[in-house]
Design a protein around this ligand. Sequence first.
Ligand code: CAA
Length: 257
Amino acid sequence: MVFENIIVETRGRVGLITLNRPKALNALNGALMEEVGNALEAFQADKGVGAVVITGSEKAFAAGADIKEMAGLSYPDTYLDDFITRWDRVAQARKPIIAAVGGFALGGGCEVAMMCDFIIAADTAKFGQPEIKLGVIPGAGGTQRLTRAIGKAKAMDLCLTGRLMDATEAERAGLVARVVPAAELVDTAIKAAEEIASFSAPAVLLAKEAVNRAFETSLAEGLRFERRTFQALFGTPDQKEGMGAFVEKRKAEFKSR
Ligand code: CAA
């Protein structure tokens, strides 16, 4: 597979996607997002990959959807093409994805980071939904995922004023799982992904599915899903291995990866 806007590598059992349009601060044009979707699909099919990291550059994870690509579009163009639907491949990926965010994660950049399963941020990261300054609103989840992540007050503040939020504020607000020094960003994310990829794949995928259920359903239904899923995992050899290894005071060697 040939990629022009991203760099795709495998580090051990981790798939690494680096957004790579430096001159445009990784603005997310159609070609780049198509490549991200294709790379994720290839990682999904690769049994050697257990988790994925998406990162950008030191200056920008991504400065948003490509404004130059969108500027001339009409309402029928955007409605009929509905290009953001194609970005959903990130949110629909089954294997866990960590967003390793340094520098700007604005507009669509913040939204793609939120489509990932969690965000590890460099202390240089800046998050925001500045679409209001362009005469529009967020279109890839900025009013929805951000509100669920950080609550109404801060989401309104960011979406209505377009102001940016630094990494410390983003962690305090619950958007970001960890903040690390910029120089350690990618290594930290890869280490976390490696750890995830070392566990039993059915447990990992079902844990992701169960947490995501919390956003889609009532508490009672979510708890029922969690309980049945927990019970189902007792049908896997990896449950015997994981619990057996604990009892025998040794490291578990999961087979289903
Ligand atoms: N689209 C296209 N090009 C972009 C871009 C974007 N979102 N963001 C930056 N660029 C380009 C700039 O046009 C510039 O290109 P040229 O050198 O050819 O002029 C280059 O990247 C470097 O940018 P700046 O010179 O502006 O860099 P800076 O350090 O002065 O400022 C910044 C950085 C504050 C991030 C600024 O670039 C900026 O405000 N970018 C736009 C952010 C934004 O509004 N994002 C939301 C986009 S809309 C969206 O995402 C909709 C959605 O929900 C899906």
